[in-house]
Design a binder for this molecule. Structure first.
Ligand code: PEP
Ligand code: MG
Length: 290
């Protein structure tokens, strides 16, 4: 670990001069401590649904605003990507899910739950726009499968911002990204790229849905092949379509931390790898040695 600590403060640049952002994934304000400790240069994925868990009602706009503001103030000038709530499937929030589903991973999760309960998303969007005054915040939507969904979500974001401005709040523009974590989104990435400011590839779900393997079923571990050629092909296709449209691509699923793949990702043109805070320096080493 001490050898890795020598990489604190260094850029993420390959021997031939290619640069990659190495950001961190967090689930709470407290996680920032480790991001700073391990020198993450930004937050590539704030799993905001953790703010909704282990309680009996959703966090208010004010409470969310304070959380986002606190993260932004501890990361001055640094990009912080808030993923809008991805409740459902492996992230259970009983007070928001009305019935048990037979296949929760294929059910009402992520933006689907937000379409069913738009107040939940509007409250969060308002909190995100209010926080935009305090730093370099972006947002992204989970579980997208169509262009139409993105258009509706962007309209909701626009409405939230307009409400706030009318109420006298100061807010900045907030870049809007799409998580590419369903095969449908990867296959439609050429069209989705025209609607998004950036992509972030969620490989945990992309693998699960591409291979039809439950990511939580340890009995299926042998089938959960992260480097299945179908998965890598979808990733490469997504990167190419993003760049064709002039937007950047991040990988924020666990695969981003697999140092056996770092060079391959850089060769594909991936712009950012977002990993757990404790993995930042390990991936930096892999980049520098690439
Ligand atoms: C993913 O699916 O890869 C991802 C980053 O999101 P989560 O693990 O929170 O579903
Ligand atoms: Mg996911």
């Amino acid at each position: 670990l001490s050898a890795l600590n020598e990489l604190i403060g260094l850029d993420n640049v390959t021997t031939d001069g290619r640069k990659v952002n190495i950001y961190a994934n967090i689930g709470s304000v407290e996680d920032i401590e480790n991001v700073l400790k391990y020198d993450g240069h930004g937050i590539g994925l704030f799993r905001s649904e953790y703010l909704y868990m282990d309680r009996t009602q959703p966090p208010s706009e004010e409470e969310q605003f304070q959380s986002y503001k606190s993260v932004l103030e501890q990361m001055p000038g640094k990009r912080v990507v808030i993923r809008t709530v991805d409740i459902g499937a492996d992230k259970q929030v009983p007070y928001l899910l009305n019935e048990t589903e037979q296949n929760p991973a294929l059910g009402c999760r992520g933006i689907r739950l937000c379409f069913e309960k738009p107040d939940i998303l509007m409250t969060q969007l308002r909190a995100i726009y209010r926080s935009s005054f305090y730093g370099n915040v972006a947002m992204m939507f989970p579980m997208v499968i169509s262009v139409e969904e993105v258009k509706i979500l962007k309209k909701m974001a626009k409405d939230a911002k307009e409400q706030l401005i009318e109420e006298g709040f100061e807010c900045n523009d907030v870049p809007i990204g799409i998580m590419i974590e369903t095969p449908a989104a990867a296959l439609l990435s050429e069209r989705l790229a025209k609607e998004a400011d950036f992509f972030s590839i969620g490989t945990n779900d992309l693998i699960q849905y591409t291979l039809a393997i439950d990511r939580q079923n340890s009995h299926m571990e042998d089938y959960y092949n992260e480097v299945h050629p179908a998965v890598l092909q979808l990733i490469e296709m997504t990167v190419q379509n993003a760049h064709k449209a002039g937007i950047e691509v991040s990988i924020c699923g666990e695969l981003a931390g697999d140092i056996m793949l770092t060079k391959q990702f850089i060769d594909m043109g991936v712009n950012e790898l977002s990993v757990p805070p404790a993995a930042v320096l390990k991936v930096r080493k892999a980049v520098i040695e690439s």
